[in-house]
Ligand binder design. Structure first.
Ligand code: SF4
Length: 218
């Protein structure tokens, strides 16, 4: 009797699927709300390099996020106060554009509100600054006063919601920072370092610190 072959390998299917994904293009002059809070130097390196996907480890994590987003958006569509999801919004500011896709737009008690879902390993105790700036940018692009960030813990499906109110001064700061990035990209000048604890997770850490040492020695 011949032995049956058991060769099914789901991971191979998943990895092939992730490897086939087109990397995100970054066009100078078009800046994403989801990236406005990132360090300008890191953004400069991203915009000046060829588009490429992050490693497979990070892509697996992103895909889990996409699956959860799809589930949550389908759930919201069941309700009468749901208006739209994944709508592209953009606005021109002199010589550059800021654009983005919010996760959901709802109507509550006479006003509109934007919701952004964030999948996370652990529910945070406070709203992260980069998420505040991202949603604040959506609010100004869309002309909406209220927003929410909803954190969803991946392993437990526990959630926590933080409200956000449109903050004009914060948006002005975001615009100034983006304007500076745009100027640096056009003039080919690498922006200053913005040393924060996030440098530990930055893909450009070596390149950035090497440049810093070179500048420091001058
Ligand atoms: S290492 Fe820090 S300062 Fe340098 S590019 Fe990355 S985030 Fe910016």
């Amino acid at each position: 009797m011949s032995i049956l072959e058991a060769n099914f390998d789901f991971d191979k299917i998943l990895v092939n699927y992730l490897n086939d994904k087109e990397p995100r293009e970054h066009e100078i002059g078009v800046y994403r709300a989801s990236e406005v809070s990132k360090c300008n130097r890191a953004l400069y390196y991203i915009y000046k390099s060829d588009p490429k996907n992050p490693g497979i480890k990070q892509m697996r994590v992103f895909e889990v996020g996409h699956v959860i987003h799809e589930f949550v958006e389908n759930l919201l569509k069941e309700y009468e106060w749901f208006i739209a999801c994944e709508e592209e919004i953009s606005k021109q500011f002199n010589d550059f554009t800021i654009m983005g896709h919010y996760d959901a737009l709802i109507k509550e008690e006479g006003h509109l509100a934007i919701i952004d879902f964030k999948t996370t390993k652990n529910i945070p105790t406070r709203l992260y600054d980069n998420h505040l700036k991202q949603v604040n940018t959506y609010l100004h692009l869309k002309g909406v006063e209220v927003g929410y960030v909803v954190y969803i813990e991946k392993n437990s499906f526990k959630t926590k919601t933080f409200p956000i109110y449109a903050d004009k001064i914060l948006f002005e700061e975001t615009l100034l920072k983006t304007k500076h990035l745009h100027k640096c990209l056009l003039e080919g000048k690498i922006p200053m370092m913005e040393k924060t604890p996030l440098c530990n997770y930055c893909n450009f850490k070596k390149k950035c610190f090497d440049l810093y040492m070179k500048e420091y020695k001058r």
